[in-house]
Write a protein that binds this ligand. Structure first.
Ligand SMILES: [Zn+2]
Length: 207
């Protein structure tokens, strides 16, 4: 995967100091305000004008479950600073009890109003799962768990026309969103699914 040239724009490139401590002390208090802040931050990121550098304040206003693939780092993608997001990352956004417990910590203990499940195009875990299904070759070690968890989304979308990897990523991300929504441990939180495109830098919400 080619690196995203927008990921680390220099101060010269954006015509502003690379690190600016924000005066925005207001933490979004509702799910809709939190989502607005994330999407506004993503537009800054995608257009090469990230703010970042917000003074660290441990008041996360969104929980993000994203993938481990390095280009999909939520703090960068949403242009947020330390303390703004509670991030949990597993390959392919795979859920397990530790992940659910960590998500629930954010929602129940820290009273974070918004959970974002963030998939991305070109996902390595999805590619490995599709290779496993195509060839039947076993996946080594602990990776087998990831392939087994992503395989249902791949099998549900195998007959669709177009890009199987894209269909699988979307189905896996939406499935994780729906599983979290259906869990009583997350009652009261808004849970959305989204897709990050490393090429454009843009995040879009998934239906
Ligand atoms: Zn990935």
């Amino acid at each position: 995967m080619a690196s995203n040239p927008r990921a680390l724009p220099t101060a010269t490139a954006v015509g502003a100091p690379a690190v600016v401590l924000s005066s925005a002390a207001v933490v979004p208090a509702s799910a809709s305000a939190a989502l607005d802040e994330l999407l506004q931050g993503n537009r800054r990121y995608a257009t090469g004008r990230p703010r970042r550098g917000r003074a660290a304040a441990p008041h996360p206003f969104a929980v993000v479950l994203g993938c481990v693939d390095s280009e999909a780092a939520p703090e960068l993608v949403f242009d947020q600073g330390l303390g703004d997001l509670l991030c949990i990352r597993t390959a392919g956004q795979v859920l397990d009890e530790a992940v659910l417990g960590s998500l629930q910590y954010g929602v129940q203990e820290l009273r974070v109003p918004l959970v974002v499940v963030l998939g991305h195009e070109g996902c390595g875990a999805v590619a490995a799962t599709l290779a496993r299904l195509r060839t039947g070759a076993p996946v080594p070690g602990h990776l087998e768990l990831l392939a087994a968890e992503i395989a249902p989304a791949a099998l549900r979308t195998r007959a669709l026309p177009g890009d199987w990897a894209e269909h699988t990523m979307r189905a896996q991300t939406v499935w994780a969103r729906d599983a979290i929504r259906a869990d009583s441990g997350f009652a009261g939180a808004s849970v959305v699914a989204a897709r990050f495109d490393a090429g454009s830098g843009l995040v879009s919400l998934l239906p």
